[in-house]
Design a binder for this molecule. Structure first.
Ligand SMILES: C[S@@+](CC[C@H](N)C(=O)[O-])C[C@H]1O[C@@H](n2cnc3c(N)ncnc32)[C@H](O)[C@@H]1O
Length: 202
């Protein structure tokens, strides 16, 4: 399994498909275990690397993962079949902006179009169980977030960074949320509802 995952990662790197860093996966897996998550909705499958990594490290977890790019979705399905984790991963070919959720999840992972973090959050957070968690990746946006003031001649990039910052402000200003910003990978966030503290001894 580990060798097959390495091959998926290597091919993604060769094909310039963006995938999560190992540190980001470690943080997600640690958080999913800490909060005893059994079901995950992931927005942004790419070729399945993050979902496959999580599934291989937490055998009891079930992941529904959404991808809108057809060739990446097809590649993800192939990888899931090859690694034989069909019982753990449900791969969905859809634009997450249209996807109709029909179940609730313990965790939401947002790793898709960064300018739409807030839209994804607002759309799927109602389907996250009261004591569930949300993890958002790439908040530093390859270091650009820290240096946004220097992006004077790069309008699109600046707009993207502004949207990422606006999402951060939005969740930080919500009084019902506990937000933890972590300097892991490309900058991550762990969001939980306040008032639904987790009893680790239950
Ligand atoms: C950073 S990649 C995901 C990487 C993956 N989580 C991993 O680590 O292996 C982001 C993916 O989100 C997809 N995406 C962007 N916007 C989307 C949307 N609205 N609905 C579904 N997928 C989307 C892109 O096509 C891209 O493949």
């Amino acid at each position: 399994m580990i060798e097959q995952l390495r091959e998926v990662k290597q091919k993604a790197i060769e094909d310039l498909v963006p995938i999560m860093s190992d540190e980001s996966i470690d943080f997600i897996v640690t958080s999913l275990l800490k909060y005893q998550c059994k079901s995950v909705l992931e927005v942004g499958t790419a070729v399945g690397f993050s979902a496959l990594s999580i599934a291989s490290l937490i055998p009891e977890i079930k992941i529904t993962t959404i991808e809108r790019d057809e060739s990446r979705y097809v590649q993800a399905v192939r990888n899931i079949e090859k690694i034989d984790v069909r019982h753990q991963i449900c791969s969905v070919f859809a634009d997450a902006l249209d996807y109709q959720c029909t179940q609730t999840f313990d965790a939401l992972i947002i790793d898709a179009a960064k300018a739409q973090n807030k839209t994804f959050f607002d759309r799927f957070f109602p389907f996250i169980k009261p004591r569930g968690i949300v993890i958002v990746d790439n908040l530093d946006f390859h270091g650009h977030n820290k240096n946004a003031e220097l992006l004077t001649d790069r309008r699109n990039l600046r707009q993207m960074v502004n949207k990422i910052r606006a999402f951060e402000d939005y969740v930080n200003n919500r009084e019902d949320l506990d937000v933890e910003r972590v300097l892991i990978g490309d900058g991550m966030m762990l969001i939980r509802r306040i008032g639904h503290s987790f009893n680790f001894y239950e």
